[in-house]
Design a protein around this ligand. Structure first.
Ligand SMILES: NC(=O)c1ccc[n+]([C@@H]2O[C@H](COP(=O)([O-])OP(=O)(O)OC[C@H]3O[C@@H](n4cnc5c(N)ncnc54)[C@H](OP(=O)(O)O)[C@@H]3O)[C@@H](O)[C@H]2O)c1
Length: 237
């Protein structure tokens, strides 16, 4: 049977590269990215969505109607900075509206997509799901402080994924979920923060995409969430 792959957030640097890598490995790849219209078939298995609840449901239904079993799901959405805001460096910079926006996009939205695809994943042979997290979401690893909302949104994402992996262990024992840290990758998200990055440590998206797609093929089924970096090494929560 055709193996299907879905990349949500495929308009971003990492999402686009992951979609390309999955296509190179012969998956029937469906991509989803943001648009102003609720849902549109943007051609060639590309879906445009406004990420509203009804749009998410409609995109998932449309993909479910295409041939193949959903064996790979990668959710790449995430923001660190935006119009009028940068990551906080001090407590006084925490802004409730900004924090809520970051939590909505980094924590809630990926879980909405995962929930919407859960029934397709339940029927899959050996499904592998990766959600883009970040090492700065590790509570144990936080020695520098700052970046309150981004760090907390990724820590909360990891907790939600942990609960989801407990649920998947009952729903489909062959499924494996990964909270993935890609390293520092040369995309719009990291662009303002690239100056201090050591030589050779700013990865092109294509490198990280190869690592992630390879990891999805190799990783065993553990029945538990894996929090892994681009090198396949575990990160403490
Ligand atoms: N780059 C790094 O160094 C780095 C390091 C650690 C973790 N990460 C994580 O990797 C993931 C991908 O980031 P990237 O580096 O590829 O950044 P990017 O090129 O800026 O891509 C941003 C991603 O977030 C989504 N997004 C942006 N604004 C959004 C909004 N208002 N509503 C919903 N989705 C929105 C985009 O979705 P559309 O495709 O729909 O536009 C896209 O998937 C993020 O979760 C990020 O936290 C990146």
């Amino acid at each position: 049977m055709t193996a299907k792959a879905v990349v949500v957030g495929a308009g971003g640097g990492i999402g686009a590269a992951v979609a390309g890598e999955l296509a190179a490995r012969d998956y029937a790849v469906h991509t989803v990215s943001r648009s102003r219209t609720p849902i549109a078939d943007c051609g060639g298995r590309h879906w445009c969505s406004d990420y509203s609840e009804s749009s998410i449901a409609a995109v998932v239904e449309a993909i479910a109607g295409s041939p193949g079993s959903l064996e790979r799901l990668v959710i790449a959405n995430g923001i660190l900075h935006g119009e009028g805001f940068r990551p906080e460096r001090a407590l006084e910079q925490i802004d409730a509206a900004v924090a809520q926006q970051i939590f909505q996009i980094n924590t809630v939205l990926p879980m909405q997509w995962l929930a919407a695809f859960s029934s397709a994943l339940k029927q899959a042979e050996r499904p592998r799901v990766a959600v883009l997290s970040a090492r700065v979401g590790s509570i144990e690893d936080n020695r520098l402080g700052g970046w309150y909302s981004y760090r907390a949104s990724k820590a909360a994402l990891n907790m939600m994924l942990k609960s989801a992996s407990v649920e998947f262990a009952r729903r489909n024992k062959r499924a494996q979920l990964i909270a993935f840290h890609p390293g520092t990758v040369d995309t719009a998200l990291s662009e303002p923060f690239q100056r201090g990055v050591a030589e050779g440590k700013l990865f092109p998206p294509s490198f990280v995409a190869q690592r992630l797609v390879g990891l999805l093929d190799e990783v065993p089924t553990t029945g538990d969430l894996l929090y892994l970096d681009w090198d396949g090494k575990p990160i403490p929560y």
